[in-house]
Write a protein that binds this ligand. Sequence first.
Ligand SMILES: Cc1cc2nc3c(=O)[nH]c(=O)nc-3n(C[C@H](O)[C@H](O)[C@H](O)COP(=O)(O)OP(=O)(O)OC[C@H]3O[C@@H](n4cnc5c(N)ncnc54)[C@H](O)[C@@H]3O)c2cc1C
Length: 378
Amino acid sequence: MSFKPTVIVIGGSFAGIGVAKALLAELPSAKVLLINPSEKVFFNIAAPRIFAKPTVFKPSQYLFDIKAAFRGYRSEAFEIVKDYASAIDTSAKTATTQGGAILHYDQLVIASGTTTASATGTDSTIVPFKTTNTGDIEDLIQPAQEAIANAKSILVIGGGPVGVEFAGELGERAGLRVTLVTQSDRLLLSLKASASKAARALLEKNEVKVRTNCKVVHSTQDPETKVWTATLDSGDTITADLCISTTGVLPNNSFIPTNILSKDGWVKVDATFKVMSEGDAAVTSVYAVGDITIHTPRLASVIPEQIPIVIANIKADITGRGARPTYKPKTSLTMMVPIGKSGGTGQIFSWVPWSWLVAKTKGKDFFISMAAGILGTK
Ligand SMILES: Cc1cc2nc3c(=O)[nH]c(=O)nc-3n(C[C@H](O)[C@H](O)[C@H](O)COP(=O)(O)OP(=O)(O)OC[C@H]3O[C@@H](n4cnc5c(N)ncnc54)[C@H](O)[C@@H]3O)c2cc1C
């Protein structure tokens, strides 16, 4: 009987779905198990508008059935395990789930991505900008939309792309007081200074109050009045109906052995995406891809470049033949940051695009019309 390798993919989003589909196409003899806590995948690129303007898009435009990506594959070839990986053992070659299943793999791909402080409600109103670690994402979106729709004042913490896009969308709602605070001296720190200036001007045009050099030390919600108070490092406080953190992303790594994590908690990989242990020794048959790895920038747009490299290397492991391509993270930057429906900024290589161009491209619908194609669930 011919060898039928089992490949387990942990995480069913941009990276995990893409890898699982490519594995099935490239390795017809393999059995692929995709472990993900939800049967739905969230097109979170449009999250700033989805949460700020809940009636603009329908849930069917941003929540997709993961199964749809695998139509036509029989259960001998592909299965979704709706569960949460709680441990992996790279010596025994097993992944254990919260539900108690112990699954054997021949090859493992970690694609567990990231979460945000707001998704977990850490010092923040719960707003699932990313799929959370447990439960169904769709149950979490609607309460966040309702809370935002009912608020009269919102404090947005973080002046990166998500904070700026979100404040831009909120700023278009009449009567809502929006404050955006950032600890740095300008918005969009990773972009050119002229983009920061443009972002600030567009936000202020819509009466969003922008405060730079303002670090929030902690924020708490009064259990009775439900009012949030954010305490700044200066000792000042800001109160608002909601306090929503948009600062950075956190690795979904609770199930990952520490010997394969960097000191910041990202999975160490080499240029083939093979996972590395202490002393840079490769861990046999374990790969990682997408946001969870040490590679930056952590963007959905770079994942399609990573997937073929992982697949070719897994194929070479299994068949003992074929090229082993390597990955070079991009050093140039392309980013569009819509600010409301009619403006925005960003950077394309070293050029800061015109506001109208950002509005006409990403600002039109946050790429939601292409979501199923991007996620591979079409
Ligand atoms: C609001 C927002 C807007 C963004 N906009 C853009 C943009 O415009 N352009 C762009 O290129 N990028 C954007 N990004 C970044 C983009 O979302 C990420 O790069 C992308 O989601 C990474 O995909 P991933 O598959 O690696 O991980 P994720 O999308 O984080 O998915 C990880 C998956 O793994 C699952 N998982 C986690 N732990 C476990 C476990 N233990 N067991 C099983 N499953 C698990 C999660 O539930 C999730 O389904 C944005 C990010 C945010 C937060």
